[in-house]
Write a protein that binds this ligand. Structure first.
Ligand code: KIV
Ligand code: ZN
Length: 541
């Protein structure tokens, strides 16, 4: 009996591979907010993390399993290297989910086996067998990945996959770990697997790929044409190095070009049945959420979710679009949930109007969050006549950030100008409840503020990125500041919006410092693919 679905399953790994991007670390509350949004987006499987990495990662996966993994919700998956301790941790973390999956992996390319694992092919085959069987003892839903499949010897790869399926893997995932393959090579790899792994019909073929050569999405589409029925992807394409295949690009490519893809699913070209279960209207909001919580900005020309993706700058294009949208547009912006950024509220709008608009935009706030957001809205309405959906979104994102405020900025004051030396005074409440005040001179007002804050907080760090963007057009617009700072080999981000960009810059900096402080308190996190410490002798990787 074939277990291949008649559509593509979307496996979102924003919370696992995405979170492995430098600086994209999220705390438990943020991961939960992302998981809830991924459920609204309609992904089939959420890879919620690598539970063995740290107590914080374990807790995040467990809470997502409990709070998002309902019977009609997505399957919740935990990553595990092919070791007993990793698999046990993943099994315990996903246990509360109605549908839970363990995803275990081991490298199969010669270069990885020789230098990283220091294991022979026979040993890797035996570990695959033993660890998939072990995982199967916890749940029926087992995914197995031969890491670096793209550079593995095909005949050996077929053998490993056959063993994994025989031991109980229900999904076999084919990673192009280093983003090396071209589309036709990836397509051929999937076809080769279909033709040469005798028990392949007992498992769903999945693909996972990195974007080092900018080919991940094209590779996946070729894989789909050759029989892949699960795509592992991330929102905005975030992930290790150049990132993963972007969910929004894959989904919209298959939606806009469904007449082209339908025959590969045995459907008539004109079939209107969707090829994924994604609610495309949630794409834009999900993209903004991920950008805000990770501090990873979306490039303006990014396909589907970039600020320019639906903007028509040239006169000829604008003229054509006004006459008939289809002259230069292959999809409607509303399909991804992008509205026209209408002016919706103003100074006289009350709490009810605010709450109603939030609901229309799909935000579910607790009473406490709503109160804080409404206060911010009122403050903004005093300064800015017309409040758009983008303003509301910026306020909500600001007020619902879940960063523990170890250090609290009580006051920031700057003096600057053409003939003045930029000077800042700050007052910060420390974790002990003490209020400390200090001042500094800088090259500009923001530099002065950051120097003054550093004198109080006293955690060494290097500011490696600072960006300001206007939320809407107009001189009274809010500025959104995103910063990234480095401490040791880790990167932390902060994001804040305000009509005063010095205040926004100060708040973004405090958020990044508080994330850094939380991380110092929590201790180290293990990297699933690079770090082989804390592996019990004799098993697996
Ligand atoms: O890129 C990769 O190979 C991975 C595996 C853990 C699936 O992320
Ligand atoms: Zn990966």
């Amino acid at each position: 009996m074939s277990t291949q679905p008649d559509r593509v399953l979307i496996f979102d790994t924003t919370l696992r591979d995405g979170e492995q991007s430098p600086g994209a670390t999220m705390n438990v509350e943020e991961k939960l907010a992302v998981a809830r949004q991924l459920a609204r987006l309609g992904v089939d499987i959420i890879e919620a993390g690598f539970p063995f990495a740290s107590p914080g990662d374990f807790e995040a996966v467990q809470r997502i399993a409990r709070e998002v993994g309902s019977a009609d919700g997505p399957t919740i998956c935990g990553l595990a290297r092919a070791t007993r301790s990793d698999i046990e941790a993943a099994a315990r973390a996903i246990e509360p989910a109605a549908k839970g999956r363990i995803h275990t992996f081991i490298a199969t390319s010669d270069i990885h086996m020789q230098y990283k694992l220091k294991k022979s092919r026979e040993e890797v085959l035996a570990i695959t067998d033993e660890m998939v069987t072990f995982a199967k003892g916890f749940t029926d839903d087992i995914e197995f990945s031969p890491e670096d499949a793209g550079r593995s010897e095909p005949a050996f790869l077929y053998q490993v996959l056959e063993r994994a399926i025989a031991a109980g893997a229900t999904t076999v995932n084919i990673p192009d770990t280093v983003g090396y393959l071209t589309p036709s090579e990836f397509g051929n790899l999937i076809r080769g697997i279909k033709e040469n792994v005798p028990n392949i019909e007992q498992a769903v073929i999945s693909v996972h790929g990195h974007n080092d050569l900018g080919l991940a999405v094209a590779n996946f589409l070729e894989a789909v044409k050759n029989g892949a029925r699960q795509l592992e992807c991330t929102i905005n394409g975030i992930g290790e190095r150049a990132g993963n295949a972007a969910l929004e690009e894959l989904v919209m490519a298959m939606h806009v070009r469904r007449q082209y893809f339908n025959p590969f699913f045995g459907r008539a070209p004109e079939s209107e049945a969707p090829l994924t279960h994604i609610n495309t209207q949630e794409i834009y909001k999900t993209s903004r959420l991920i950008s805000n919580v990770t501090g990873m900005l979306v490039q303006p020309n990014k396909a589907i979710v970039g600020a320019n993706a639906f903007a028509h700058e040239s006169g000829i294009h604008q003229d054509g679009v006004l006459k008939n949208k289809l002259t230069y547009e292959i999809m409607d912006a509303q399909l991804i949930g992008l509205n026209d950024n209408q002016i919706v509220l103003g100074k006289h709008s009350g709490r009810n109007a605010f709450r109603t608009r939030l609901q229309e935009l799909g935000y579910e706030l607790t009473d406490q969050e709503l109160n804080k957001a409404f206060l911010r809205f009122k403050e903004l309405a005093d300064k800015k006549k017309e409040i758009s959906d983008r303003d509301i979104e910026a306020i909500v994102n600001d007020e619902t950030q879940q960063v523990v405020e170890h250090f609290k900025l009580e006051l920031v004051q700057v003096s600057c100008g053409s003939n003045a030396r930029p000077t800042a005074t700050v007052s910060v409440r420390t974790p002990d409840g003490e209020e400390l005040m200090d001042a500094a001179i800088g090259t500009g007002p923001v530099d002065a503020v950051y120097k003054a804050i550093n004198r109080v907080v006293n955690i060494p760090n290097d500011l490696i990125e600072f960006s300001v963007q206007s939320v809407t057009a107009g001189i009274d617009a809010m500025g959104e500041v995103t910063i990234r700072l480095r401490h040791g080999d880790r990167i932390y981000s902060g994001h804040a919006a305000n009509t005063d960009i010095v205040v926004a810059s100060s708040n973004a900096y405090m958020l990044a410092l508080n994330r850094l402080y939380t991380a110092i308190q929590a201790g180290d996190t293990l990297h699933p693919q690079r770090d082989d410490s804390r592996v019990p002798a004799g098993t697996g990787v």
